[in-house]
Design a binder for this molecule. Structure first.
Ligand code: SF4
Length: 211
């Protein structure tokens, strides 16, 4: 796809999903960091059901650094992989307290050095907490859509992200992060993509090659 078409594609998706935004609930960068760590292999909806009860009592890095591990495991149990997530959250909170004056760091490198924080999580934090998008957080929706449309033929999220960053100018990073996920949830779902009513079918490699 040439750059003219990619811009057209993103403009159509922006209009279609004008309400697209981060679907995790949070009040501070640290709460967002916790929510994104919890969202691995879990739905945002589930995370949003779990975090209000936790953040009502524990919401600073100190709170989590000092929290009893078994209690934390219990609180996040329904998000899955709770033992690993609890260990990473507590370790991350301890690092923030000891090395970052209890603040969430503002660079991809620093974020990715924290336990349980990969490139996708770091991208989400840079975008949603600091409004400084550095790339595209490639989740399951973004991966599927990118492959179907033909924006990338790779399977690994990091490689897909690199393909997307080559295709789209930086001014579109903010929108890309939201609208590909929204399109995947609402129209181009995993099992039943609604191609008949998809506004970008003209630009979609999967749709065009199936005709
Ligand atoms: S045309 Fe179909 S496969 Fe292509 S993006 Fe739209 S819904 Fe997905």
């Amino acid at each position: 796809m040439n750059q003219k078409d990619t811009i057209k594609l993103i403009e159509i998706l922006k209009q279609t999903h004008s309400d697209a935004k981060c679907s995790l609930d949070f009040n501070t960068p640290f709460e967002l960091l916790i929510a994104v760590i919890l969202s691995a292999q879990c739905t945002d909806e589930r995370v949003n059901k779990v975090t209000p009860a936790i953040f009502a009592h524990y919401h600073t890095p100190e709170d989590f650094a000092n929290m009893d591990l078994a209690l934390l495991e219990n609180l996040i149990h329904s998000c899955g992989f709770y033992k690993n997530k609890a260990k990473n959250i507590k370790a991350t909170a301890q690092i923030l307290v000891n090395q970052y004056h209890s603040e969430v760091p503002h660079t991809m490198e620093e974020l990715m050095s924290l336990p349980g924080v990969g490139r996708k999580t770091a991208n989400v934090v840079m975008l949603e907490a600091f409004n400084e998008p550095q790339g595209v957080a490639v989740d399951t929706h973004c991966r599927r859509i990118s492959n179907r449309i033909g924006l990338s033929d790779k399977k690994e999220p990091e490689k897909i992200e690199q393909d997307l960053l080559k295709l789209f100018p930086k001014q579109y990073y903010y929108d890309l992060n939201h609208i590909l996920i929204w399109h995947g949830r609402k129209i181009c779902t995993a099992r039943n993509p609604n191609c008949e009513n998809c506004p970008i079918s003209t630009y979609c490699k999967a749709f065009q090659s199936a005709k």
